[in-house]
Design a protein around this ligand. Structure first.
Ligand code: NCD
Length: 315
């Protein structure tokens, strides 16, 4: 595999290999000297056209722990504001020696465009394109689920039969889409819960859906509840009546947490809107994995960069 653009492109063997390698790298991250020489001499460019805290820093840390050189490019303050195109920007960065371009872009399909165009030879990693996909987020989420479930009950390496309820702004969420493809390939059962206006409308991206959170929990008995951020920046009109109504009907709070199956846990990709899709009492509870997800993201991104840049393995 030359690029990572969509989790829909990944076979089960590729996913398992990426997760297994990530597990190996997790032990590097536990060491006192958190570095291996695997990508010494390679250059990774973080090409970010949209804001990010976790994903950009996580890719930077991942590349550095593999001993690659890292260049951080942010569209703000660059020649993009003078009108330079994606093609020209990417070619300039490649002319400076980029072996991989890790790109976040506000346009759905931007990563695929760069990967398929032949404009550059570099490996392309999609770090989020519009409301389309965010494959490394799905990998780190699967890694987190696998780890958490293994700690309590051994389910094997896949996620056969694991029930995942994705709740909130599914319609605008690249996290939901990438998770949907990847978790289903791993054997999990994925369902959605959202206001009718925020459920996805495409055929390929649809599942059993609920509009009532409490009914969804009672009916589906999820092992995992994945909360999504309400993505106000992607909403041109009003998708729900008010923030107060949203949080009372679709928000995760301590009463809903207590109603989940005993071993179920709550995930969130971050950044979260405390008080909107999630209450502070849940965000600070030990059944909430957002910070584990951040930690696991480094190992998963190390795995992706390692496999793409060394072309080692069947990927
Ligand atoms: C997500 C994103 O940017 O897609 N955040 C992240 O990468 N951890 C989710 C979001 O912004 O809501």
């Amino acid at each position: 595999m030359k690029h990572l653009v969509s989790t829909a492109d990944l076979s089960i063997d590729q996913i398992l290999q990426l997760l297994d390698t990530a597990e190996g790298f997790a032990s590097v991250n536990d060491r006192e000297h958190k570095k291996v020489p695997a990508l010494r001499g390679k250059t990774v460019v973080n090409l970010f056209f949209e804001d990010s805290t976790r994903t950009r820093i996580s890719f930077e840390v991942a590349a550095k722990r593999l001993s690659a050189d890292v260049i951080n490019f942010s569209a703000k303050g660059s020649s993009v504001s003078k009108g330079e195109s994606l093609k020209d920007t990417a070619q300039v960065l490649e002319a400076m020696g980029a072996d991989a371009l890790v790109m976040r872009h506000h346009a759905s399909g931007a990563a695929a465009r760069l990967a398929d165009s032949g404009w550059v030879d570099a490996h392309i990693v999609n770090a989020g394109d519009g409301k389309h996909e965010h494959p490394t987020q799905a990998l780190l989420d699967a890694f987190t689920i696998r780890k958490r479930l293994h700690a309590s009950a051994s389910t094997g390496k896949k996620l056969d039969g694991v029930r995942v309820l994705i709740v909130g702004d599914v319609h605008h969420s690249r996290v939901a889409r990438s998770n949907f493809y990847l978790l289903r390939t791993l054997g999990a059962e994925v369902r959605f819960c959202a206001p009718q206006t925020l459920l996805p409308s495409e055929r390929a991206f649809s599942a059993v859906s609920y509009t009532d959170f409490d009914h969804a929990v009672a009916d589906f008995e999820p092992d995992v509840v994945m909360m999504l951020r309400v993505q106000l920046e992607r909403m041109s009109s009003s998708f729900f009546p008010s923030a107060a109504e949203y949080s009372s009907i679709w928000g995760m709070n301590s009463v809903r947490l207590a109603n989940l199956p005993a071993k179920a846990f709550v995930m969130h990709p971050g950044p979260m809107n405390r008080g909107l899709e999630i209450s502070s009492s849940v965000a600070d509870s030990d059944r909430f994995t957002a910070l584990n997800q951040v930690t696991n993201g480094i190992s998963c991104r190390m795995s992706v960069l390692y496999h793409l840049l060394t072309q080692e393995s069947a990927l």
